[in-house]
Design a protein around this ligand. Sequence first.
Ligand code: ADP
Length: 536
Amino acid sequence: MIDSLFAHKAIVLIINLVGLWLSALVYRQKIKEKTNKIFVLMFVLMFFWVNFAYLARMFGQEQVRLSELCLRIAWFVTPLFFVSLYLFVIALFQKEQEYRGQTQLVLLLGTASSFITGFTNLIIEGITFVDGSLAIIYGKGMIPFLGIVSFLIYTTLYPLFKNYFSSSTTIKRKVQYFLIGIFIFYVGNIVFNIALPLFFNVVRFYYLGDYSAIFLLGFVAYAILKRELFGIKLVLTSLLVALIAILLLLDAIVFTPQLWLQIVKGFIFVIFLYFGYLLIQSVMREIHYRERLQRMNKELKKLDRAKSEFISIASHQLRTPLGIVKGYVSMLSEGTYGNLPLKSQKPIRNVYRANERLIKLVNDLLSLSRIESGKIEIKLNKASLQKIISNLVEDLKTQAHNKNIYLRFDKPKTSLSNILIDQAKIKEVISNIIDNAIKYTAKGGVTVTLRKQKLGKQEKAIIEIKDTGLGMTKREISKIFQSFSRGTAGVKLYTGGAGLGLYIAKKFANMHGGDIKAISEGKSKGSTFYIELPIK
Ligand code: ADP
């Protein structure tokens, strides 16, 4: 059917018009842009190629000399077309400088093979006709010529893949469109212009290779013109739907003789169109949502960074004045500026305590921002956990006594050897958890134990802090280790907290290769915290 003269004439005419229209669009959009200029060049070369290949077939056996001349012109522009593809890729990535040497080589090889094809018999020796279809008698230079074409394809594809991953999403999308176009074009050419004629002597479908260039121009023009490109998934889905629809339609109209079968197939075609449309719509929606999600994610990350920066700057600024307040209040209560009247002693103690709380908060915020920006490091030294706990328990005892609860440390029967830890950080971890246990216990008290546990080859030191306090629900336990997360006990009893202590403590333990876990039987049934540290 498509072999008929009329069909060819129509197709060539359509290709010319579509190509011209696309170039006009690209030209109008921004001809100063290098990629756009190269696109117009691509169109001009394709124009010569397709039309002269067509003319060669038109003149045919009646005017062999003219036919051969036209074919030579078509072949003359072929390598140049491949060169223009290469130039397009380099311009797309703006890598003209980097690929300078290679570009010169490509230009040299491209123009040389053009001239050799056009003006010598090395590649095209002559033409003949197989069953009325034009066939080329290839010369001795055909294999090297194919080598050069392969090289041109390679030099086009290599920078494409190499620069793809480091490109922005917009460029990536353009590349994807270009790749679809170039894929159809290469496959069309390799199958119909090279493989079939050269290896199987089939020349009837030669024109399909030439015509495939219009797909390339179509996809490239789309990539240039559209500001926002849809992802490759959508393009491929649409192509597939379109292809199946065309095949169904062809089958119904051309290959089905009975009317009733035609009607059935027409019905199937319509149903397919409807579902194809739904499919494309759903792919579009998915892409749309994903892109929105990505944008929001980026935005959130930016906000998160801004928040961390703000916390870091604010805390640094707060630290110094708070230190000064602490110094002066200490001196005041110690009588450095004369004895304080009895009445002012309690308020001054309150000022001191409030200031201490603020200092802890600022320190926690600083630790948080350091953890989040990955700036925190641990300095490992051999130290005795037993000693650290003993000292901490001694320090915190007054706090427990003031609340009328006990605080004890049940020392291990066999003492543990010194282990590698960052003392300051582990001290902060343990003191935070004992401090919490005291804070959130109203009756009874807090018991701290230390023991060694062997799990396979790994030995662990386990510090257990058990209290008889408010306890926690399972839901609470799953949240307390997150930053700024507070449980009911915290909100009820200790309004000054920020919910950072356990988050930081867990991070510090993790940095040692350890962990912190909590269990509780439930509300008012006490809690037990386990700090696990590997023995190193
Ligand atoms: P903060 O104490 O400042 O709220 P933390 O991160 O230290 O912050 O603790 C988070 C929450 O975990 C607290 O608000 C509290 O509800 C809960 N919690 C921590 N330790 C205990 C405990 N020993 N008993 C009951 N609840 C606790």
